[in-house]
Design a protein around this ligand. Structure first.
Ligand SMILES: [Zn+2]
Length: 102
């Protein structure tokens, strides 16, 4: 069954390798179709995705993906050393006190 989908193949492979490193049996499906996205209606079925080969590992796989998504959110911001404001990663400068990330 399909447990994870991302718009690009590299993202899917990163998650697949992570799952495999936790001894979860999974496979990347559909990455070959990605190049045809311009011609096909863009939806989940045309995205590369990860399929779980052993259904009994579903709970564990979901937990790992969930943790990964939480990590993504927490690393997308940095905390200003001067005023403790949380700034999004694309901004190199604190909007509050003008301190830079480095
Ligand atoms: Zn600041």
């Amino acid at each position: 069954m399909r447990i994870f989908t991302a718009p690009t193949a590299p993202e899917v492979h990163i998650v697949c390798e992570l799952l495999k490193s936790h001894c979860i049996d999974c496979q990347v499906i559909g990455e070959g179709i990605a190049g045809l996205q311009g011609e096909l209606p863009f939806d989940d079925s045309t995205c590369p995705s990860i399929w779980l080969l052993d259904i009994s590992q579903l709970g564990q796989a979901h937990k790992i993906i969930q943790q990964l998504e939480q990590q993504d959110q927490s690393t997308s911001k940095w905390q200003c050393q001067q005023c403790d404001e949380l700034i999004e990663m694309q901004f190199r400068l604190c909007w509050k006190c003008n301190t830079t990330t480095d």
